[in-house]
Design a protein around this ligand. Structure first.
Ligand SMILES: Nc1ncnc2c1ncn2[C@@H]1O[C@H](COP(=O)(O)OP(=O)(O)O)[C@@H](O)[C@H]1O
Ligand SMILES: [Mg+2]
Length: 450
């Protein structure tokens, strides 16, 4: 502060002491702010503490998790039933992909590690999308799904190929660096095959155009991605995104592809091993696809450049009754555990007998939609229970068996001892055929069935 006209005496803006007391002060460029040595030191300490606190609370997710193929496989097992071969191939491919990104360019200056995008083949509802999504979760990287059938070549009405990148950027909360290490799943890739390729489901010429458009972002390019504004009003904002390190996983059912492969193998086999053709018929889809050649995919209608950009091919098998039954109960967050929790909130123990689970699986097989139909089937089967049971506070257990699933009998209901000690089977007399449970000793849950 200016005390008199001859001498300007300053005060520290933080502690208020003057230059008379403490000697020199550092003055700010603007305004009249000053700081003394002691306060400057204190400020540094405070900033340091704050920085350490922030580091503790904000998890650093900028780098994909460093997991080995076996670790990735184990994690996949928690969510996905079966599909052994696909899981193993994906674990290795994904491990290599992130190893490639992380390998410093100086160390491997003379070796270019090429990107290994992945092609997933397999019937609908067998876990293609689930696999891709689970991988992204395991590695903690952003993930986006697009449907190839919705894509168009640039300039046509429909979804531009660049939109896929916008989706990924959204999934990364706008963080471009993070998005550039994400995973993009493109579904129904077999629907953009050339018709001339021999598949009946192809999309004619424009399918090839979409493949061309996809090719660029899949092999790695700098793309302009809309980050804000509105394209129609001409005020869109764009940022540049490098797709070199984005892992692309393309999936499709490729109905009929197995016949291409099988025929080729059989033809080769003629004269050498006549047993081959019958052997092929017994091979699972994934085993047969171990012998796939890029040429088979080209014959199917993918353009050669596109096939060349998807070097890792993994196949998923149709799910049989056993696999579907396991899917109902085994994965983390399985359908059965979800419905059990729903009932649990009302303090009701919901139990499915083994034969009930198999009956549900059988119904899913009839639907031919893989595991995709399971939720609807289960929901439909127990809808009436979900409607009625919560209003009846005396109910402690609901047991569901195959007959109930098949509409042949009602569900088994057990009431709380204080309300009623007997087993009651609403609208059915089956309770009498069950092993009699002594009064006061009603066993709940699975044990009730043994
Ligand atoms: N192998 C599997 N293991 C566990 N759940 C599966 C499996 N396959 C499919 N599902 C279930 O079915 C749903 C649909 O599967 P999805 O991955 O979308 O099939 P696809 O992409 O092959 O058509 C999944 O969300 C999952 O609940
Ligand atoms: Mg899918």
């Amino acid at each position: 502060m200016q005390k008199n006209n001859e001498k300007i005496e300053l005060e520290c803006s933080f502690c208020g002491r003057s230059t008379l007391e403490i000697g020199q002060l550092v003055t700010g460029e603007y305004a009249n702010a000053c700081i003394c040595k002691r306060c400057a030191r204190r400020a540094l300490t405070v900033l340091d503490i704050q920085k350490k606190e922030r580091a503790k609370t904000i998890p650093i997710h900028d780098e994909p998790k460093d997991l080995r193929p076996i670790d990735i496989r184990k994690k996949l097992d928690e969510f996905i039933i079966g599909q052994d071969s696909a899981k193993r191939k994906l674990s290795v491919a994904v491990y290599n992909h992130y190893k490639r990104i992380n390998a410093s360019s100086e160390t491997y200056a003379n070796v270019i590690l090429e990107k290994s995008n992945i092609l997933l083949l397999g019937p609908t509802g067998t876990g293609k999308t689930l696999l891709a999504k689970t991988l992204a979760t395991i590695l903690d990287v952003p993930f986006a799904i697009s449907d190839a059938t919705a894509l168009t070549e640039a300039g046509y009405v429909g979804e531009d190929v660049e939109n896929i990148l916008s989706k990924l950027l959204q999934a990364a909360n706008g963080d471009i660096k993070k998005a550039e290490k994400g995973i993009i799943y493109i579904d129904e890739i077999d629907k953009i095959c050339r018709r001339s390729g021999g598949s009946s489901s192809g999309r004619d010429v424009s399918g090839e155009g979409v493949q061309q458009a996809l090719l660029k972002i899949i092999e790695g390019t700098i793309s302009n991605v809309q980050t804000g504004g509105n394209r129609r009003t001409g005020h869109a904002e764009f940022s540049q995104m490098d797709t070199t390190n984005i892992l692309f996983i393309c999936g499709g059912a490729f109905v009929g592809l197995d016949e291409f492969v099988s025929k080729r193998i059989t033809n080769v086999g003629i004269g050498f091993n006549s047993k081959l053709s019958t052997d092929n018929e017994n091979l699972s889809f994934s085993k047969l696809m171990d012998d796939i050649y890029p040429d088979d995919l080209i014959k199917f209608g993918l353009i050669p450049e596109f096939v060349g950009r998807l070097p890792v091919i993994a196949a998923l098998d149709a799910l049989d009754e056993d696999a579907l039954s396991r899917i109902l109960v085994e994965p983390k967050n399985s359908l059965v555990s979800q419905f059990k929790s729903l009932f649990d909130i009302d303090k009701i123990d919901l139990t499915f007998t083994d034969d009930a689970i198999h009956a549900l699986a059988k119904k899913a097989i009839e639907l031919k939609t893989g595991a995709r139909g399971l939720r609807a089937i289960l929901e439909k089967a127990i809808f009436y229970l979900m409607y009625e049971v919560p209003s009846d506070k005396s109910i402690s257990d609901v047991i569901i068996d195959a007959n109930f699933i098949n509409g042949l009998s009602s569900a088994e209901i057990i009431r709380r001892p204080e309300e009623d000690n007997t087993l009651i089977n609403i609208k059915s007399s089956r309770a009498t055929s069950r092993k009699k449970v002594p009064e006061q000793q009603i066993v709940l849950g699975d044990e009730a069935l043994s």
